[in-house]
Structure formats: structure tokens, C-alpha cells
Design a protein. Structure first.
Length: 81
């Protein structure tokens, strides 16, 4: 089975199962779930022009504290489960 994101895990199905990290790419995180997509939007992350940025880079560009962004994404993951 092909792995269709750029999380660099190389294994199908693994990116949605692992904890979100600062070096994850916005596009890959947004594809994990609708809840993750919404958490990115709610934190002002540009999902169009900023899709190729890491979460760390996107947080800086949006003026959002990285810890707050990661916490929102982790919370979205538990809400989606």
C-alpha cells in the first residue's frame, strides 16, 4: 500500500497513529483528520500557502506559540477518537 503523505515514515498508516511533532509538515497534519484540519485553521495556520512548512515554521509565521499549537493538535486527536 502506498504511503501518500510526506511524513517520511515510509510506512502506510503510521502518520495518523503517531504523536504530532514540531517538525511535521502542515499538509500532512491537516490530512490526518478533520479535527486536525480545524485545529490548524483555528490557530491561524495558513493551509494553502503554508502547507509545505513545518508546524514550527507555521507557528512562527502565524504568531502562534508552538506549544499552544501542538497542544491544540493533540487535543483534536483525542476529540476525534
Amino acid at each position: 500500500m502506498a504511503h501518500d503523505c510526506e511524513c517520511r515514515s515510509g510506512r502506510a498508516g503510521t502518520c495518523g497513529d503517531r504523536e504530532v511533532a514540531a517538525d511535521d509538515v502542515v499538509r500532512d497534519v491537516a490530512r490526518r483528520s478533520l479535527a486536525a484540519y480545524r485545529a490548524l485553521e483555528e490557530n491561524g495556520i495558513n493551509l494553502c500557502c503554508g502547507a509545505d512548512l513545518t508546524l514550527r515554521e507555521a507557528a512562527v509565521a502565524s504568531g502562534v506559540p508552538l506549544d499552544a499549537l501542538l497542544e491544540a493538535l493533540r487535543a483534536s486527536r483525542s476529540a476525534a477518537s
